[in-house]
Write a protein that binds this ligand. Sequence first.
Ligand code: SF4
Length: 703
Amino acid sequence: MSDIRSVHTHCPYCALQCGTRLTVERSGVAVSPSDFPTNRGGLCQKGWTAPALLETPERLRHPLVRGTDGELTPVSWGVALQTVATGLQRIAGESGPEATAVFGGGGLTNEKAYLLGKFARVALGTSQIDYNGRFCMSAAASAGTAAFGLDRGLPFPVTDLARAGTILLAGANPAETMPPLMQHLTRAELIVIDPRRTATAEAAALHLQPAPGTDLALALGLLHIAVTEGRYQADYVHERTTGFDTAWTRAVSWWPERAEHVTGVPVAAQRQAVRMLAESERSYVLTGRGAEQHSTGADTVGGFINLALALGLPGIEGSGYGCLTGQGNGQGGREHGQKADQLPGYRLITDPATREHVADVWGVLPGTLPGPGRSASELLAALGTEGGPRALLVFGSNPVLSAPDSAAIAERLADLDLLVVADFVPSETARMADVVLPVTQWAEEEGTLTNLEGRLLRRRRLLTPPKHARSDLHVLQGLATRLGQPAGRFPTSPREVFDELRRASAGGAADYSGISYERLDAGEALHWPCPAPTVPDTAESDTAGMVAHPGTPRLFLDGFAHPDGRARFQEVEHRGPAETTDTRFPLWATTGRLPAQYQTGAQTRRVPDLTEAAPEAFVQVHPDTAQRCGLDEGLFARISSARSSAVARVYLDSSLRTDTVFLPFHFPDGARANLLTQPARDPRSGMPEFKVSAVRLEAVPEV
Ligand code: SF4
């Protein structure tokens, strides 16, 4: 352990990024919540127990290479990195650079995400890079960009929500996924849209319980009511938006009775929801994964943004639209080059000016940068196929559990010539790898993350990492130099990487050029965009007429980010899920999270208190449905879709719809919820359809 005894840092898990103080005590590392604005002294069970992750006996401590006997065997770093580099060179030599691919993660720091994107495009020369955030927030990102010209999960500070009168939560369950957020929602009357009666729905003034896959129909119905009942803000729509008339051509036929017929939400409840939003002085519309993880995800979010625009909410202080981003660095992770179609600064890779600027920062010619690659699930599905990548490097992700139709993805991974995984625990994907690279974890490293409100945060190091663990930045440099790159092009100092990221992002939507470790360490609350100091000095400073940009906690107050300053209504129409229920698969399965687990559970399943709180996979079933299927509480059920089957214990829940079952997605092996999910993708964002799969239930003997 280092001689640093205490640091202020942030929880390693979700995008709320609760502030914590970590202290080295005689008994180990202790955590306490800090009075950071997002958590104000609160932490959920995952945050309180996070230090246990630092002591997990399953920690990867040596690089591993799979030998001719099929076993992963400890080797030196030199051997491991050379094995990877030799394999990549051989495959690129035989099939071209596009045969090599990279898969990143929304938990990686900004520095890692940035260097990973640069490594793929410069050291490998491949366009084949994407990341697991595609499974998390991509639909909201696409819809937000289309509507506002810019996507930032919450375009206002979390603390603004504390003054709200009404908040519509479409497919979001913060009471269980990010409990400290709820303290900001106590003043508001909540409207929750969710097929399940979640803890958030329990706390709501109004719970709308649509059939899975009908969220967009409900959004269209709510817009219809807002307009036909005169709740529509004509002056706002006229002055600050375009496209209403076109959007209305779709919504006009969504009479509330039709919306009730499709969604199952009673007309009176629809009307009440619109009335609550329209009559409150401060209203917000927030979306979460429940609305977003559909093959119509971007259109569905677009439908809710249309509603918010019609009610005149976005771009007004004290109201608005936002997306509750899920992963710890889901926001920053999507801004700096991990996405298949983007370069740092949250800019399109196809934009000539962006290519020129970023190539200049990287010291390469713009023409050498590849174009856009495949989105995450397209990339995973192409692995090992004719013309698809033959080698994959995975950083901070566990696609064997997180990808849809995961049995097929496991087969694709098994077909690779080279699978390399950098992680600090033996995730299910790492167990399949040819080479495993043990890396540092949160309290052992420095860096920055960007939370769900676009605020930059410092991750600080408390502990010296285990002897043979290296930071991902060191791994990238080690590989890049073996692939012929100069070491200086791939720095290993997080501060140095961040300074380069600042230059690369300059002028982009997510402009970090005015943000520095020094400013963050001084306690400044900096939300992007924060350009380098070019703001005319109107205060006391005499520094050549310039002062540091204060950052942008609230976006769009003076206009939206489209060239004309106006927000765009989106022309969206309801389409059902990509598959339908039938006599073979008569039920809907929907998936989600538990309070005591996070993502694929690769980390949280290794924390004893969390394992005790959420020990096993289950399928939640309405008692009537269970009876029809010959099931009862505690028995095991086989849940089958057209893809595969999972087996899980039955938990009865009479608040569920009788046509719907629920499975948490944190658990491995035969209980993987994503064995059931379908590969259908949203054409606008690449988001898979995680929330709706047609399934059947059968009793199975005790397993
Ligand atoms: Fe906060 Fe999220 Fe960590 Fe829970 S998991 S303590 S809500 S950052």
